[in-house]
Write a protein that binds this ligand. Structure first.
Ligand SMILES: Nc1nc2c(c(=O)[nH]1)N(C=O)[C@@H](CNc1ccc(C(=O)N[C@@H](CCC(=O)O)C(=O)O)cc1)CN2
Ligand SMILES: Nc1nc2c(ncn2[C@@H]2O[C@H](COP(=O)(O)OP(=O)(O)OP(=O)(O)O)[C@@H](O)[C@H]2O)c(=O)[nH]1
Ligand SMILES: [Mg+2]
Length: 450
């Protein structure tokens, strides 16, 4: 790993008019830079009020600036933050002045990359910073905060530590090709490998929840034409987003809107009604509804409570479970509220999308289903991303290969090679296999003199 030293600078806040904008620079030249601009480098972490004059001596703004001394900064390098008035023209003038004084523009993610290179964050924590910036629900925020504080990193440490123990047992026999791994050791190694696979699978199983946290829970509103699906979407969204009319077949193509329900962000999708005898145009809309249903995490099945219970297409019906479906009997304002609700194997609600009757219970009922999607490992939410999933799948393949070779009595050196492949895959997740730690733990299990 090479340690960067050139100073980088970038705007830390969005471009636009605001109360304050922050420009920051990081790198070994920062103390000299601060002295050049402000006449002195103040003690670290003490905000100073000063005039910002550019390299030509022209006054730019009245600012507050803070110096952070390496290694006690976000990047681990000497850093300066300059808070100017929130005018994009001023922020740009300051930034350009920093470039004129020898900084270069930071690449995307470069501050975090430097924090990683200086060992301030592992990769899972750097990714958590991005998740924090993009979190749009209470649950996404909690998960990102836990990952920033090392939740996934600790899970990986535990897997790596178990793997090192297995590796130590296997490596001990490589130097003695004439002695095969004794049967009881082989059984112990196989048991450990099975345990590692179970734990790897447990982490992998959180990948889908991770996608829900980052993209929103895909919630498909489906039902017969005219059941009131678009009316329901409008009430949940809080405005007339979708066209509503007494004409069946009003919604031709699906439409998507993001909503917050309790602690969860949903991608709420209104669809074309499922008409058992459609026109050819309706047929194309229905095909799209079925495609959406095939990928849904949650279903809101809207049923016109004044009509007989409709039959869903078999492929869709198969996907509905008590865990992912809420049956919403709509039009409860009609029939004097006397309409009886048929028994279905799903949680059920009676509402009126026209009058709003029963809508106070809809968000809690949706949130209750969404709550159950959460993957808890111990007391922490774990929700891996696609990069983590890819590495864990690689690790699992290597574990499988090692177990097969061991069971078939293949040369122990080849088993060890698969185990090192597993180690590399695990190591990609945090981005720092601490080779020293691997060696320490490994050799600690060897006997003295060997
Ligand atoms: N003004 C400002 N606000 C910010 C950041 C920042 O860089 N600047 N952050 C940037 O993302 C986040 C906060 N994260 C930070 C993480 C570490 C350190 C830091 O200086 N760490 C030192 C000191 C430790 C301590 O005193 O707590 C260290 O780890 O040694 C600063 C900010 C959000 N808010
Ligand atoms: N009385 C009553 N009418 C409702 C209720 N909900 C919707 N409607 C009416 O039913 C008709 C159809 O409503 P939509 O929301 O367009 O129904 P939809 O399921 O989206 O229909 P398509 O898009 O055609 O599949 C409209 O005239 C709505 O005003 C309700 O709770 N009570
Ligand atoms: Mg509609």
């Amino acid at each position: 790993m090479s340690f960067p030293s050139d100073a980088i600078a970038a705007l830390a806040t969005p471009v636009g008019t605001s109360a304050i904008a922050v420009v920051r620079a990081s790198g070994a030249q920062v103390p000299a830079l601060v002295t050049a601009i402000f006449g002195e480098t103040p003690p670290p972490r003490l905000a100073r009020h000063a005039d910002y004059k550019d390299i030509a001596g022209r006054l730019v703004d009245d600012v507050l600036f803070t110096f952070f001394a390496a290694p006690n900064s976000f990047t681990g390098e000497d850093t300066v933050e300059i808070s100017c008035h929130g005018n994009p023209f001023i922020a740009q003038r300051i930034l350009e002045d920093l470039f004129a004084r020898g900084c270069r523009p930071a690449e995307p993610g470069e501050f975090s990359k430097r924090a990683f290179l200086h060992g301030r964050l592992d990769l899972t924590q750097a990714e958590a910073v991005m998740d924090l910036i993009h979190a749009r629900s209470e649950r996404a925020l909690t998960a990102a905060n836990q990952q920033l504080r090392g939740s996934l990193g600790r899970q990986m440490d535990s897997l790596i530590s178990q793997l090192i123990n297995v590796l130590a047992m296997v490596e001990a026999y490589i130097d003695f090709p004439e002695e095969d791994l004794p049967a009881e050791d082989r059984a112990a190694v196989l048991r450990s490998l099975a345990q590692l696979k179970t734990d790897t699978n447990r982490l992998l199983a959180t990948s889908h929840y991770g996608a829900m946290l980052r993209d929103g829970i895909k919630t498909v509103i489906l039902g017969e034409p005219n059941a009131g699906k678009s009316s329901l979407l409008n009430r949940l969204v809080g405005r007339e987003r979708a066209l509503v009319s007494p004409e069946p077949g009003t919604t031709r193509d699906y439409l998507e809107e993001r909503v917050l329900v309790g602690a969860h962000a949903l991608r709420l999708i209104d669809t074309a009604g499922l008409n058992p005898s459609p026109t050819s145009l309706e047929q194309r809309g229905i095909e799209k509804t079925l495609e959406q249903a095939a990928e849904a995490d949650l279903f809101l099945w809207v049923i016109d409570g004044t009509r007989p219970l409709p039959v869903l297409p078999p492929a869709t019906a198969q996907r509905l479970t008590p865990e992912n479906t809420l049956a919403v009997f709509n039009k409860a304002d009609l029939g004097g509220g006397q309409v009886s609700v048929p028994t279905l194997p799903f949680p059920t609600l009676r509402v009126s999308a026209l009058t709003g009757l029963g809508f106070d219970q809809l968000p809690p009922a949706i949130a209750q289903l969404a709550d159950a999607f959460q993957n808890q490992v111990g007391s922490e939410i774990i929700a891996i991303n696609a990069r983590h999933a890819h590495a864990l799948e690689q690790a699992r393949a290597c574990l499988d290969s090692a177990a097969t070779k061991l069971a078939d009595g293949v040369d122990t050196a080849l088993v060890a090679s698969d185990l090192r492949g597993t180690m590399d895959a695990y190591g990609q997740i945090s981005g720092k296999i601490d080779h020293e730690r691997v060696l320490d733990q490994l050799f600690a299990t060897f006997c003295i003199g060997k």
